[in-house]
Design a protein around this ligand. Structure first.
Ligand code: NAP
Length: 460
């Protein structure tokens, strides 16, 4: 006899098979792109109950369509060093999904950048941008260029060459890039200048993360780090916990990390460790953030310099060791897959209560499962680090209206957005029988809006 339960089970099984078959195609079509596979699998796994309840998504081939970028641009970036040598890097822009707005997402300059990295980031951006509730589609880009150790002139010439090609593909209503690893205010400034020269007009809405004196938004610099802490704070509050008097480790010492540390300290938490790719520092009295800001934002120094100014602090080579520092809250804010199974086991053994991803996909699947098995509160990056792109969208709004909000105005809007993302993710998780699971909730809440918009717009 066909009971309701049997029918539901059948739909779930069919959806699982459909999901697996599409995932297999994604793997075959994007051979060796392991980070991209990882990001797709994590989202697809969450969507099985949604597909079971909504068979029209399958009929409309939504998984096949959502995992295929609308457009991928790869280009040569030639530039000249201070010594007159000609160098060539590879530039990328992946325009992943424009169902709910112009492509939006950062540019990363780092030697590890390749098609897999750009596609994983672009794919994640679809759901993140949807979660913000703002009208922004998804894109990501960058180059395998390493700004480290380059002079200002070299960085400028690289950025100009990069933008000479990229400018053909972007615009305030089509694609609006921003910064990411290796791309801060300096690089955005050089690229903005070159865009202006190539296009022959001042178009503030073409890039976000701009300097304050030419169309940037107050609180954009702080937005991702602050937003991550606002999100984690909501999660802690729901579980009768808080940052107050907690011990916190924050990996990285770049844009996201510095402002996650700042907000943590403002909320009464003690940050005892941070890192860069060379190693980590441990300061049991609490990290002196003004030193980190000066070393990293002004002097371009390595993290071990901190201990020369604070001899009671310790420096350890190797960045992954940071997870051996006992803490209540861990905020991985550096890079993808930086917190693996071993790190997760040590954090759990040391009594961590919550983990919040400030970076994109910093926690491996195996590490996540350890947190899940041990009931550790977990804030996924897609939701927790959406504050950066949210304020980028606020920057676009200010540029369109030719106005500038105060820091307080932007920060208040950011807090409202982060709280709403948290609630929406919790509600979606509950609706699909995974109460409290923010990974599943964020994936579903982000997906449904984009999938419905894609269906409304026909097969394009
Ligand atoms: P960033 O300013 O370039 O800083 C990156 C930091 O991570 C640097 O301190 C870097 O050290 C460190 N790092 C790199 N690899 C590391 C490793 N294996 N172990 C430890 N530290 C390492 O970049 P960011 O903008 O803060 O971005 C950090 C992460 O947040 C990325 O995953 C990015 O995609 C994500 N994110 C950024 C934004 C944003 O608004 N910026 C928004 C959303 C998500 P070195 O200097 O030694 O390389």
């Amino acid at each position: 006899m066909k009971t309701l339960e049997n029918i539901e089970h059948m739909h779930t099984q069919e959806s699982l098979n459909y999901m697996k078959q599409v995932y297999q195609t994604v793997k075959e079509r994007n051979l060796y792109e392991t980070e991209f596979h990882q990001a797709v699998k994590e989202v697809f796994d969450s969507l099985v109950p949604v597909l079971a309840k909504n068979p029209h998504y399958r009929k409309q081939a939504i998984l096949e369509r959502i995992a295929e970028p609308e457009r991928t641009i790869t280009f040569r970036v030639p530039w000249v060093t201070d010594l007159g040598e000609v160098k060539v890097n590879r530039g990328f822009r992946v325009q992943f999904n424009s169902a709910i707005g112009p492509y939006k997402g950062g540019l990363r300059f780092h030697p590890s950048v390749n098609a897999s990295i750009v596609k994983f980031l672009g794919f994640e951006q679809i759901f993140k941008n949807s979660l913000t509730g703002q009208p922004i589609g998804a894109g990501k880009g960058g180059a395998d260029f390493d700004p480290k150790g380059k002079s200002d002139g070299e960085v400028m010439r690289f950025c100009q060459s990069f933008m000479s090609e990229l400018c053909k593909h972007i615009g305030p209503d089509t694609d609006v890039p921003a910064g990411d690893i290796g791309v801060g205010a300096r690089e955005i400034g050089y690229m903005f200048g070159q865009y202006k020269k190539m296009q022959g007009g001042f178009v503030p809405g073409v890039l976000t993360g701009k300097g304050l004196d030419y169309g940037g938004s107050l609180a954009r610099k702080e937005a991702t780090g602050y937003g991550t802490v606002y999100f984690v704070e909501e999660m802690l509050k729901d579980n009768a916990l808080s940052f107050q008097n907690s011990t916190v480790t924050v990996s990285g010492s770049g844009n996201v990390s510095v402002y996650a540390m700042e907000k943590t300290q403002q909320l009464g938490g003690k940050v005892v460790a941070c890192s860069d790719s060379s190693g980590y520092i441990y300061d049991k009295r609490g990290i002196d953030l003004s030193t980190i800001k000066r070393l990293k934002e002004e002097d371009n120094k390595r993290i071990d310099e901190y201990v020369t100014e604070h001899p009671e602090a310790l420096f350890f080579e190797g960045s992954s060791g940071i997870w051996s520092v006992p803490c209540d809250i861990a905020l991985p804010c550096a890079t993808q897959n930086e917190l693996d199974e071993m790190g997760a086991k040590i954090l759990v053994a040391n009594g961590v209560a919550a983990v919040g991803e400030g970076a994109n996909m910093p926690v491996t699947q195996e590490a996540y499962e350890i947190f899940l098995d041990n009931n550790i509160l977990f804030a996924p990056g897609k939701a927790a680090n959406a504050g950066g792109v949210s304020v980028s969208a606020l920057e676009m709004a200010q540029n369109s209206a030719r106005i500038a909000w105060t820091f307080k105005e932007v920060d208040e809007k950011l807090q409202v957005i982060m709280k709403r993302i948290y609630r929406d993710s919790m509600e979606a998780a509950k609706e699909y029988d995974s109460p409290g699971n923010l990974v599943i909730g964020a994936n579903i809440a982000g997906f449904v809006k984009v999938a419905d918009a894609m269906i409304s717009q026909g097969v394009i």
